[in-house]
Design a binder for this molecule. Structure first.
Ligand SMILES: *Cc1c(COP(=O)(O)O)cnc(C)c1O
Length: 473
């Protein structure tokens, strides 16, 4: 009999009964009780509501399928889903050890693994509910150390940095980017020289382009200027796995460019780093993380909780976190995932990321070979940006074609395909000298190839784009 479920759903169906049985056996150690009548829902009603929910959930794009190659979105691995669901039946709160000793311990373990990944010898860190909150914490600590100085980040940095600096009342400075979307080091140097910058936020994988700032070279500027370095690796942080010497494709080439790999290796010298397990770490939403290289920054978190912690004098995660309640289930899910997919270059998560990276390289090569398509910049990680020239080189015509083909691909009933769009500014496209600018920005296709299945699917994506372009010509 063939399984009619999606591969993930089928795995969940296979694994869930035994796991639930083990959970129930443990729960049965307490004497029986009845679900209170106020909590009961007739099965028929629950079924009807869930049925309605599933109908409403159909208003979604197929994030689990390789035909979805748009935004930074994918469902968690089924091991993460199962672990989250099982832990959620207990619903531990990782604010304090009392709230869930097991998941607090798991959080400490996975955070130590993340610290090892980035090369921090010692660390203070924890999971957060998102990359935004994780970055907020790092910026808050940075501001506490340099209260009168500005936070600098590039124009391609995540938009939340500016917003979070407003929250913490920190001044900001925006640094220009070079032709590959990386922080422009000459502009950074000039602004450091002018004085007043206390912290530089570098991005190891920008959200739009996957550009990796030259962290090693920013670090080198610390010989001349005194500033903190915070690395925003919310999206790209896990690519550190591929930055070891000797990671090779079958063809023998290194998967990351040498300068990208050097940037990742320099994270070891940064003051703080953020990575989102809910982006490239196979986790459900609600899982970011922040790590500090100097554990002494824990002093900034000191607070007098009116509630007493009764279990131990050990460190409580709530005492080194801006947030209070956090899902212990998120730590359980990440812990279980890293047991199956360790943070190694050749197996585990590294094997997945090498495929997503190869998918980007494969599509970039096809785009470069296609007369009617152009890369915006060569991809540094697994995000590809490109545009079509079949209607000429005015930016209005190219942008319009992007919108038309984007819609046509998505609404094709026989074989829909989902990409994203990005509005590129002229500075980024300076090397594309023949573009005729009659708009302020150029709308291009953007594709995040964050599933390993994308590697085999790239020729299909490419073929469909060319077909839709021909139809739109
Ligand atoms: C996604 C992202 C963020 C924000 O993280 P959330 O988890 O969405 O809050 C910050 N920085 C970068 C580079 C990102 O890609």
């Amino acid at each position: 009999m063939t399984d009619t479920h999606s591969p993930s759903a089928a795995a969940i169906l296979r694994l869930l009964p035994d796991a639930l049985q083990q959970l129930s056996a443990w729960q049965a150690r307490w004497h029986d009780y009845e679900l209170d009548e106020t909590l009961r829902v007739p099965d028929a009603q629950a079924q009807a509501v869930l049925g309605e929910l599933l109908t409403r959930l159909q208003d979604n794009y197929p994030f689990w399928h390789p035909s979805y190659a748009g935004q930074m979105l994918k469902p968690p691995h089924y091991v993460a889903s199962l672990a989250y669901f099982l832990a959620q039946q207990i619903n531990p709160n990782n604010h304090a050890l009392d709230g869930g000793p097991a998941t607090a311990q798991m959080e400490i373990e996975v955070v130590a693994e993340l610290a090892r990944l980035f090369g921090y010898d010692q660390h203070l860190g924890h999971l957060t509910s998102s990359g935004t909150v994780a970055n907020l914490e790092a910026l808050w600590v940075a501001r506490s150390l340099h209260p009168d100085k500005a936070v600098a980040f590039s124009s391609e940095a995540h938009y939340t940095h500016g917003r979070m600096c407003e929250v913490i009342g920190a001044q900001t400075q925006t640094i220009a980017v070079d032709g590959r979307g990386r922080m422009d080091l000459d502009d950074l140097r000039a602004k450091l020289q002018a004085g007043g910058i206390g912290t530089v936020v570098v991005t190891s994988g920008t959200t739009a382009l996957g550009a990796v700032d030259a962290i090693d070279q920013v670090m080198a500027l610390r010989r001349e200027f005194d500033f903190r370095v915070h690395v925003d690796g919310a999206y790209g942080g896990f690519f550190k796995l591929l930055a070891v010497e000797g990671t090779q494709t079958a063809a023998g080439a290194s998967l990351l460019e040498a300068e990208t790999a050097a940037a990742f290796r320099a994270i070891a010298e940064s003051d703080s780093v953020v990575v989102d397990p809910h982006k490239h770490g196979l986790q459900p939403y609600g899982c970011g993380s922040v790590l500090f290289r100097d554990p002494a920054v824990g002093r900034f978190y000191q607070h007098d909780s009116p509630y007493t912690y009764f279990t131990s004098n050990e460190l409580h995660l709530g005492e080194i976190s801006l947030e209070c309640s956090r899902a212990g289930a998120a730590a359980a899910a990440l812990w279980a995932t890293l047991k199956c997919f360790p943070l190694t270059a050749d197996g585990g998560l590294g094997a997945i990321l090498s495929k997503t990276r190869q998918a980007a390289l494969r599509w970039a090569a096809l785009i470069e070979a296609a007369e009617q398509l152009r890369l915006v910049i060569p991809p540094s990680l697994d995000i590809v940006n490109f545009y079509a020239t079949t209607r000429g080189l005015t930016t209005s015509a190219i942008s319009e074609l992007t919108h038309t083909v984007f819609d046509a691909l998505m609404h094709d009933t026989a074989h829909p395909l989902y990409l994203a769009k990005f509005n590129a500014k002229p500075g980024l496209l300076a090397a594309h000298a023949d573009l005729q600018w009659d708009t302020s920005m150029l709308t291009v296709f953007r594709s995040v190839l964050m599933r390993p299945e994308h590697l085999a699917y790239v020729p299909t994506l490419h073929k469909r784009v060319l077909e839709m372009l021909a139809a739109a010509a």
